[in-house]
Design a protein around this ligand. Structure first.
Ligand code: C2E
Ligand code: CA
Ligand code: CA
Length: 552
């Protein structure tokens, strides 16, 4: 074959159409799990009588530049319809054929109507034709491509998003364009499947699943790639591994040699999963962000025997909970190996909660980690998990993990001192409670519950305490003000307040606990009965201590 110049291409174009020098090759699309054909893509070829076969990469840019691509694309569509008509007439089984639509066709108002007229002329059921658009079609603005998509849908065509994954910014495009199938080109990720590429791939597949959109992996050349996609629950493959694009006669043979099946989503999505939720920019960001920098894993869970297999983990996951082990050791280890019975139960209960609620569910579990470096160690991990797909009794779960061992240790120390404090309080006529600043929940001590008839948990505190008259009306606003200050991050509050209908004077104090970032977490409240000395001593303290309390 000789490469043709731009001028030669342009000059021979009308003959190429007229004499079918421009023709179509077909590349089968296969379900890797079943080996059946699910469709084929029509790819344009140009066999010049003198210069030989020309490939799209050489002549398509020229046709685009010279405004000839629409005629070439229409020619391809017509050729495909003609082929399908002959197949149908001859009683052959056919598969849907995907036809490429250039982004220049989109600027051409009548492209969709023209192909629809051709389809009608050949009387081809619309289910046998799919249209491939590329994300670059959106470059000129989303509105135009949206209206083209709407029109194609109104005629009943399934639309594929071609070359998905060629640009990361494009993830957002799925939100605006309701395509029916995503085509993901493995060549964009080549040589990089286990690393960044793999993480991107996992995100894309998860998102596709949330949108209930099947994926066809394109450019699949090796069994490894196909198996990898399969492990992520994506079985549709188009690539040299199964077949190169072939001329019509060969394709017809292939069609009759192979079994066919209809394309359907790889995994059934759980019905009421709110796909939309993931598509507000914040959630999308969260998702991508989690995959890039958060410690995350995708695992499968088989309900019948509680078997868990880690499918994908990211580097941060290894760092967070791998405890110096290698990725392959983490993935290949028996998931339950590190868990004792009690923690395993907590974990499985949480998975089942997530399955039932379709929401994110969290648990904290301890596991034993043995490593060459550190010997045996126990770590506490918080797992936020969510079901992202299911097949029969296997669920696919997306989990974000945080190693909270340190936090946990701090907490138990704190808890220990708090417990001692409470114990001391009991001895010294003190009422104590814990106020969660973020949730406005208050947990009273046993004595409060007993003497003041409070439940174990009060929501929207302090309103319920004001309501039942523990804090009298003339002190209510001041006490409310305190809770505002706690929210703002004040570290200490105290005042003498008459409590209950008996207006018994109590010395009421709050001490705030902050998280690492300095945000207020909890405030520990106490109320001590005021006796003479306490009053005096408090007044003294008040002079040298910084007090946030309102003047009495
Ligand atoms: P595309 O739409 O992404 O088509 C897939 C390309 O990947 C095809 O190249 C196909 O031969 C190639 N391919 C498939 N499997 C493998 C594989 O395993 N390994 C490798 N290395 N390549 C594989 P082709 O036929 O050269 O087409 C190139 C591009 O030209 C197409 O990319 C498409 O953008 C454009 N094109 C082809 N036919 C048409 C058409 O009828 N109309 C328009 N507008 N563009 C077309
Ligand atoms: Ca294509
Ligand atoms: Ca492609």
């Amino acid at each position: 074959m000789d490469k043709m110049t731009e001028q030669e291409l342009v000059e021979s174009f009308s003959d190429a159409i007229k004499y079918n020098h421009i023709f179509v090759c077909y590349q089968p699309q296969i379900n890797h799990s079943t080996g059946r054909m699910i469709g084929a893509e029509a790819l344009m070829r140009w066999k010049h009588p003198v210069y030989g076969v020309q490939f799209p990469s050489d002549f398509i840019p020229v046709l685009e530049k010279n405004n000839l691509i629409i005629e070439a694309d229409i020619h391809v569509f017509r050729t495909v319809c003609d082929f399908l008509r002959r197949c149908i007439d001859e009683g052959r089984k056919v598969v849907p054929i995907s036809v490429n639509m250039s982004r220049y066709d989109i600027y051409n108002n009548d492209y969709v109507d023209r192909i629809e007229a051709i389809r009608k002329e050949f009387d081809i059921p619309v289910k046998y034709l799919r249209i491939e658009i590329t994300e670059s079609s959106a470059i000129g603005g989303i509105d135009l491509i949206q209206s083209v998509l709407k029109k194609l849908h109104s005629y009943g065509y399934l639309v594929e998003m071609d070359d998905f994954g060629s640009g990361y910014s494009s993830l957002n495009i799925l939100k605006d364009l309701e395509v029916d199938i995503i085509k993901l080109d493995m060549r964009f990720l080549q040589g990089n499947i286990g690393g960044r590429g793999g993480i991107i791939l996992t995100s894309i597949i998860q998102m596709a699943r949330w949108l209930d959109t099947p994926i066809i992996a394109e450019g699949v050349e090796t069994l490894d790639q196909a198996e990898y996609m399969k492990s992520l629950g994506s079985n549709y493959i188009q690539g040299y591994l199964y077949a190169k694009p072939m001329e019509e006669a060969e394709f017809v043979e292939k069609l009759s040699a192979m079994n066919h099946e209809a394309l359907s989503p790889a995994l059934d999505l759980i019905d009421n999963l709110e796909a939309g939720k993931f598509w507000n920019p914040e959630s999308l960001e969260t998702l991508i962000f989690s995959n890039y920098v958060g410690a995350a894993a995708v695992f499968s869970y088989r309900k019948s025997d509680n078997n868990i297999e880690l499918l994908r983990i990211n580097a941060k996951y290894i760092k967070e909970v791998g405890m110096g082990r290698e990725e392959k050791d983490v993935v290949n280890s028996n998931f339950w190996e590190d868990y004792d019975e009690e923690n395993q139960k907590v974990y499985i209960d949480t998975i089942n909660k997530a399955i039932n609620s379709n929401e994110e569910e969290s648990c904290e579990t301890w596991r034993r980690i043995c490593s060459k470096m550190c010997g045996e160690e126990k770590i506490c991990v918080r797992t936020d998990m969510r079901v992202i797909g299911k097949t029969e009794d296997v669920y696919m779960i997306y989990a974000m993990v945080h190693n909270i061992t340190e936090e946990k240790k701090n907490y138990s120390e704190l808890f220990e001192s708090e417990r001692r404090f409470r114990f001391a309080s009991e001895q010294a006529n003190v009422y104590a409670w814990e106020y969660d600043i973020r949730t406005k929940e208050m947990r009273p001590c046993y004595r409060c519950m007993r003497d003041l008839k409070l439940p174990a948990l009060l929501k929207n505190y302090p309103e319920p305490a004001i309501e039942v008259g523990i804090f009298p009306p003339d002190y209510a606003d001041m006490y409310r003000e305190w809770h505002k200050k706690l929210e703002e991050g004040v570290d200490h509050l105290e005042a003498i307040i008459p409590l209950t209908v008996g207006r018994v004077p109590f010395h009421v104090r709050y001490t705030t606990e902050f998280d690492e970032a300095g945000r207020p977490l909890k405030a520990y409240g106490s109320a001590t009965l005021v006796i003479e000395e306490d009053c005096e001593c408090k007044d003294k303290e008040k002079d040298d201590e910084k007090s946030e309390a309102k003047d009495e």
